[in-house]
Design a protein around this ligand. Sequence first.
Ligand code: ATP
Ligand code: MG
Length: 200
Amino acid sequence: MDKKSEKHNKAMQKQKERVSATMAKATQDQSVVVLLTGNGKGKTSSAFGMAIRALGYGQQVAIIQFIKGVQKSGEELFFLEHLKDVPLYQMGTGFTWDTQDRDGDMAAAKITWDHAKNALSNPKYDLVILDELTYMLSYQYLDEQSVVDVIIARPSHQNVVITGRGGGSRLREIADTVSEIKEIKHAYNQGIMAKKGIDF
Ligand code: ATP
Ligand code: MG
C-alpha cells in the first residue's frame, strides 16, 4: 500500500471510531425539535426533505407555512397534487413587506397558529413542520412563550421542524438540533433571477 492510501485508511479508521463512540453514547430514543435558521439558502427545502423522509417510513406529516402563499413553490405544487393526504396549511397573505397591513398579518398569523396548535396536539402526527415560524415571533405577531409552551407540550413521539431566519433565544434553547445556514454567496446577489426548481 502506498503512503497516501495508508494515511487515508488510518484517517478513516479514526473517523469510524469517533462515529461509533458518539453513536454508543446516543441511547435516548425521544422526539426532537429541529431549528433551521441563518441567512443562507436551504432551510425550507431541507424541511420538505425531512417531510419526504418521514413519509417514506409511512409517518404522518403536517405542514404549516407562516409566510408564503401568493406564489406557490414547486414543493407545494407537488404536495397539493401528489400528496393530497398530507395536510398543508398556508397563511396565504404573501410577503409581509408587500402587504403592509400589520393587523391583517397578525390576524392571519393567529389563524395559522391555530392550525399549528391542532397539529401539535394531535398524536396522529409524527412530524410537524412550522415553515417560516420565526418571523411571527420576531414581528411579535405571536407570543414566543406561548409558542414554546405548545411545542414543549406536544405528544411525546412527535418531531418538529421549524424554519426561518433569526429564531429567538427561547426557540434555540428548546430545540435539540439547531443549524445555522450561512450564506457564502447567492446567485440572486449576482443579478441571477430566482430559478424554478431551485429557488421556488
Ligand atoms: P429554500 O426555500 O430555497 O430552502 P430558505 O428557506 O433557506 O430557501 P428563505 O429565507 O425562506 O430561504 O427564502 C426563500 C427564497 O429566497 C428562496 O427562493 C431562496 O432561494 C431565496 N433565498 C434564500 N436565501 C437567500 C439569500 N441569502 N439571498 C437571496 N435569496 C435567498
Ligand atoms: Mg424558507
